[in-house]
Design a protein around this ligand. Structure first.
Ligand SMILES: [Zn+2]
Length: 127
């Protein structure tokens, strides 16, 4: 792959990684032992209002569930981005190669999603 293009994709990935980490840290703590893992903080709510207003309590539990789903999606994306960056750093020519057929991933595809792991045809077969 062209060095200039590789640098461009790397910059995109680095910028996305920073954004993802920022988003995650708004409501989750980084798990220092597991890479790319975050733990959602349980929202703190008033114990007194909890017992007097059970409905409110249910709402908070519900939003915690939503946060978990969001956290999971962000984590997955962060992992993809992080792994793509690691491949670029290793410089062993695995970046930009399809993990399934080892073929080159289409450049347009990489530009749209620099963390893509599969070429277009393998990605289509998968779904
Ligand atoms: Zn492929």
């Amino acid at each position: 792959m062209e060095k200039k293009l590789l640098n461009e994709l790397k910059k995109k990935l680095e910028a996305e990684k920073i954004l993802l980490e920022k988003d995650l840290l708004k409501f989750a703590d980084k798990d220092k032992k597991v890479p790319y893992d975050y733990d959602t903080r349980f929202p703190e709510f008033d114990v007194a209002s909890r017992s007097s207003a059970p409905d409110e309590h249910a709402t908070e539990i519900d939003s915690y569930g939503n946060l978990l789903a969001v956290e999971h999606a962000l984590e997955l994306r962060l992992k993809e981005v992080g792994e793509a960056l690691e491949k670029i750093k290793k410089n062993d020519n695995t970046y930009g190669k399809c993990e399934k057929c080892q073929g080159e991933i289409e450049l347009e595809r990489l530009k749209a999603n620099p963390a893509a792991k599969l070429c277009l045809s393998c990605a289509n077969k998968k779904s």
